[in-house]
Design a protein around this ligand. Sequence first.
Ligand SMILES: Cc1ncc(COP(=O)(O)O)c(C=O)c1O
Length: 475
Amino acid sequence: MIDDSSTRIVAALRAWIRDAPAGAQLPSTRSLVREHGAGPVTVQKALRRLIAEGLVESRPGVGTFVRAVRPARGPDLSWQTAALRSPRAQLPRIAAPLQPAPPDAQVLHAGYPDADLLPVRLVRTALGRAARGAGATACPPAQGVGELRAWFAAELADATPAPLSAVTAADVVIAPGSQSALVSVFRALVPPGQPLLVESPTYWGAIQAARQTGVALVPVPVADDGSGPDPADVDRSLRETGARAFYAQPNYANPTGSQWSAARGDEVLAVVRAHGAFLIEDDWAHDFGIDTTARPLAARDDDGHVVYVRSLTKSASPALRVAAVVARGPARDRIVADRVAESMYVSGLLQHAALEVVGDPGWRTHLRRLRTQLRQRRDLLLESLREHAPHLAVDVVPPGGLHLWARLPDGTDVDRLVRACADDGVWVAGGDGWFPAEPSAPYLRLSYIGPEPAGYPSAARVIGRAVGAQALRRP
Ligand SMILES: Cc1ncc(COP(=O)(O)O)c(C=O)c1O
């Protein structure tokens, strides 16, 4: 009751204040009590609220007054410009694939799969089970929960041919997602200012991580036919720059979707070995094979040249930010030290939940179902583009992964195209962000993991129209 009356008095006084000049004195408490038929406690409560809103001020012993209106301006933060100086690297505040689209948009730009592609029930149950276990509330070891490390090690060991010595749990470090893992690996293996070879194009997040850690990127082109980088180029770049590390995605690369052949992997590994360098293998799409299965290069190396990164966030749940870095020797020790400096440990609750997920028979069922879903979505998007956006060239039908890499006609203004599509309700990612230097050509990266795949044909029509409209305007 008091609340209702005080709200009524606040509303009446707000209207009064609106018409009153700055400095005007409000009626006394006694007259407000009389006017509104309320008790003094209720009136005081209403006045306190107006004071908290900054509309009036109380001068003890004198009364309550309308505050002088101040121009609505925020705090002065300009001093930060001088304090911060220029950033080490110009990074977009939020990269294109992380931009939220309006609810009714057709999403072809996102990097994380829609709930329809994820084992949501399995993850919920796993979180519940993990929450009930003792490990959920304990401080886990810095390198990660032992059983989870053993699971990642066993997965890689299963793929390791007999003469090679397989990795063990001791070689595994748990990180909160592979993005964070990449930052640690770059920091641990490449001193600031030193060169790091990367494929071109390559994952935008790796480019940003390298820039943020002050590493100098050295692009190595990948072939349009999906065969990966030319080992001769890798050899020349390592020799010319003196780089000691090469970041690469041999399986279902983001953005091209290509997978190196086993022979290509061996050739590149031989070059890396010959230079006494590291291959930082980002096996982000390990669970996203469609026509083939991922072949980790790390399984073909037992002398510590491959530092392997493998995540569960995309195939299990974005909420389960759990990934593994597999490395041997001093490289592993440096990565552990970096992880500890960065965040000490990854939440035990999440690690135990991840363990519950991958240990459940439903995990295998999910991966089998996912393969079929990805194939259907990839093929539908490809067919839709071929039919409705014939100016786009998709050179590689990706044997796995989550994206198509589509080349646009030369001269296309990619940013304008992206905006035109978004205006028509279709969110696509311009390809420029996947190039560590200047883009070699205009591209779009189109992911087939958003909601409503039935909308692909009409989305392709929108893209086709936008590409056609630009072509007409070009001389
Ligand atoms: C190639 C690649 N590596 C790493 C990541 C980071 O994944 P997460 O941090 O979710 O494990 C992504 C995400 O898009 C990716 O595409």
